[in-house]
Design a protein around this ligand. Structure first.
Ligand SMILES: NC(=O)C1=CN([C@@H]2O[C@H](COP(=O)(O)OP(=O)(O)OC[C@H]3O[C@@H](n4cnc5c(N)ncnc54)[C@H](OP(=O)(O)O)[C@@H]3O)[C@@H](O)[C@H]2O)C=CC1
Ligand SMILES: N[C@@H](CC(=O)OP(=O)(O)O)C(=O)O
Length: 412
């Protein structure tokens, strides 16, 4: 595993106790590696299924990360020597993550946590996550269950953290007497990877009208043990259930806006049952067509993207490269410690990025890599984007979302 990101904050807030639901899974394990040396967050509680409940974490988990589990601490390491000492005092027992006893995923077991991350299997995430919200716990989820909910923000932290402003409306509806209970979701891993360059291009050149995206998705996207080896070795599977639809509508919600009253997403954002892709909701309509493939790669989703801008004439490939490279998301300037120092790494080499060489990039999988920016003879521009599906595609996004919420006072 590559080196950790150096925190880029000046004055961190006080230490915050966090829980992880689905802690034994692929995404849960990535949460643990990322949080074990987080400056603010301290792992307080881990939850998983009845199969794992009551066991020490190291006995419950099939650990598949490249960092050994044995040495991982509970996080809250601070950014200075003084803080490291005080955070060790706070964790008076100074245990390792592997020592923690796995709990059941019920809110009573997570009462001491100020916020909870979820890497739960989508089959069970719906009821469990809403129980946490009702119990006045702030929840940051990777599961798909609440992404379409018109009062739940679907936040790719490098793109649309402004959508956190829908949270008071969600609380009014679901927990009017409670101040902390809410759900924030992050997006599907393929959506996340390619919507970051799309957002950068919209920021520089205005609305995009049409996008064609073809994915080559890693096996780790299917969790553990995932796709049978006999299906994927030396093969490509041209179907991932539900994935194309998710990419197509999630992109609209993420790049869309919230109405001025901050009570709902606008027409471009809400995947309403009656949603009409041709109807403009504050911006020209965006059409997206996705084709998804599972490929024999362990980590890293690669996506070939072609797009057309609303603006005529469109920008040149060189202008696009410069805009992508210059993209600076709010979470970066605000000082979220897990935000990449560079959101989009642009490659000039004709054969990069590649999953095996570039999936971690220079930012521990928190940014994305773009290459082969060139003219498209059918639309305007085409390029390839590579993202770490388990980091920025999942756990890292949730963590940056939570950091943003802390810095904005949404979680305290
Ligand atoms: N892998 C990826 O790249 C991405 C995944 N996601 C989403 O994140 C979530 C987790 O994915 P992933 O880590 O790959 O999945 P895994 O199958 O690897 O892990 C699932 C987790 O859910 C727990 N779990 C299963 N059933 C229950 C239950 N009845 N009660 C409580 N906990 C339960 C498992 O615990 P136990 O070990 O005890 O069975 C395990 O910790 C999913 O919703 C997925 O769609 C989102 C983006 C990317
Ligand atoms: N389906 C994605 C991973 C995933 O779990 O997506 P979602 O969170 O949207 O269900 C993949 O296979 O790579």
């Amino acid at each position: 595993m590559s080196s950790k990101i150096t925190p880029n904050i000046v004055s961190p807030p006080k230490k915050i106790k966090v829980g992880i639901l689905g802690a034994t899974g692929t995404v849960g394990q990535r949460f643990i590696t990322l949080l074990s040396d987080h400056p603010w967050f301290i792992i307080e509680a881990l939850g998983a299924s009845e199969r794992s409940k009551g066991k020490r974490y190291r006995e419950a988990v099939k650990w598949k990360q490249t960092i050994p589990l044995g040495g991982l601490g509970l996080g809250g390491i601070g950014t200075s020597e003084t803080e490291k000492i005080s955070s060790t005092d706070l964790r008076s027992d100074d245990r390792r993550v592997g020592d923690l006893i796995v709990k059941g995923c019920i809110p009573e077991e997570f009462k001491a946590c100020q916020l909870v991350f979820s890497g739960l299997d989508a089959d069970v995430a719906g009821d469990i996550e809403s129980a946490f919200r009702s119990a006045n716990i702030s929840l940051f989820s990777n599961a798909k269950n609440y992404r379409r909910d018109p009062h739940v923000p679907l936040v790719v932290p490098l793109v649309n953290p402004s959508h956190f402003s829908i949270i008071p409306q969600q609380q009014r509806l679901h927990s009017p007497s409670l101040s902390k209970g809410f759900i924030v979701t992050n997006a599907n891993c393929s959506t996340t990877g390619y919507v970051i360059p799309l957002a950068a291009l919209e920021k520089a050149f205005g609305p995009i009208e049409s996008v064609l995206v073809t994915t080559m998705q890693a096996i780790s996207g299917a969790g553990y043990p995932g796709v049978p080896s006999l299906d994927i070795l030396g093969n490509v599977v041209p179907y991932i259930g539900g994935e194309e639809e998710k990419i197509e509508w999630e992109t609209l919600k993420i790049l869309g806006g919230i109405t001025d009253s901050e009570t709902e997403f606008d027409k471009n954002g809400v995947p309403l049952k009656t949603f009409d892709m041709h109807q403009a909701g504050g911006r020209p309509a965006l059409r997206v067509s996705a084709s998804c493939n599972r490929v024999p790669v362990v980590d890293g989703h690669m996506e070939c993207v072609s797009l057309r801008f609303h603006r005529r004439p469109p920008p040149s490939p060189q202008q696009v490269r410069e805009a992508l490279s210059a993209f600076t998301p709010e979470v970066q300037t605000l000082g979220c410690p897990s935000a990449p120092r560079k959101a989009i790494e642009v490659f000039e080499e004709p054969d990069r990025p590649q999953p095996r060489l570039d999936v971690k990039g220079t930012h521990n999988g928190a940014g994305v890599s773009v290459g082969r920016v060139r003219q498209c003879q059918v639309l305007d521009i085409k390029f390839v984007v590579l993202s770490d599906n388990v980091s920025i595609g999942a756990a890292t996004s949730s963590i940056i979302n939570a950091e943003y919420a802390v810095l904005k006072g949404v979680v305290s």
